[in-house]
Design a protein. Structure first.
Length: 247
């Protein structure tokens, strides 16, 4: 299992929900953190909490629907001299639930793809060369298991696309110590999932971070977080490493 103490991780959407919980867990393990949100104020609480756990941390901001802001955020991390070892692309947007799904506007697809597919991949592309050069990296992109629901077409299509491009990209890193995988948190009671979801946010821990700790040089998997609910991180990593190299 990977030891993350002293390493640096970027967590997008770190101010609340699963991103917040992931940040706390990573900090408990000694991982330094770059915490992303749309504004610095949103991350004030989590920044203070992870620093009390003894790690170094700072905040970066970007509206993920704006690729100029995404690139500026990546450059800001470079300019701080931070060498990212881990990326948890947690942030996402469920644009709408369209009961009248035949009236779904084109903008649902546009916004969903920018935030849920394009932004995380631009982040991957920016930092992968450095990871490859240093010989270590862990990327975990957050997907969704939503299926057969035309009411959520923009969101589900964007996540399906993220699965595809993550798997395609991971093929070129298979067998190296740079791994690229996905996590599906399940339907959780977060701001995105809503109050009627069957799973607590805490049930997705350690599943949403397990991809940062696997040490088997395999890429392209979807780690279903609910399968690891109630496990210790050590137990979760051992189970995750039994999964096949591709989903």
């Amino acid at each position: 299992m990977v030891n993350v103490k002293g390493r640096w991780a970027l967590i997008t959407g770190a101010s609340r929900g699963l991103g917040y919980l992931a940040a706390i867990e990573m900090a408990k393990l000694g991982c330094n953190l770059v915490l992303h949100s749309r504004t610095e104020e949103h991350c004030a609480k989590v920044l203070g909490e992870v620093k009390t756990l003894g790690v170094d941390a700072y905040v970066v901001t970007a509206e993920l629907s704006d690729m100029e802001q995404v690139e500026a955020m990546c450059r800001a991390i470079d300019e701080r001299g931070t060498k990212l070892d881990i990326i948890l692309n947690n942030a996402g947007l469920q644009i709408a639930y369209r009961t009248e799904y035949l009236t779904t506007p084109a903008s649902d697809y546009d916004i969903s793809f920018r935030i849920n597919t394009t932004a995380p991949m631009m982040i991957c592309y920016h930092f992968l060369p450095g990871m490859k050069e240093r010989g270590f990296g862990r990327i975990v992109n957050t997907t969704s298991g939503i299926d057969l629901e035309p009411e959520q077409a923009g969101y589900s299509a964007a996540k399906a696309a993220l699965n595809k491009v993550t798997r395609d990209l991971g093929k070129n890193y298979e067998g190296t110590d740079v791994t690229i995988n996905l996590t599906d948190p399940g339907w959780c009671r977060t701001d995105l999932g809503g109050p009627n979801a069957p799973n607590s946010p805490e049930s997705a821990i350690p599943g949403v971070i397990v991809g940062a700790f696997v040490d088997d040089k395999k890429c392209g998997r979807i780690f279903a977080a609910q399968e690891f609910s109630g496990m210790s991180l050590v137990e979760a990593v051992a189970q995750a490493e039994k999964q096949a190299g591709v989903y």
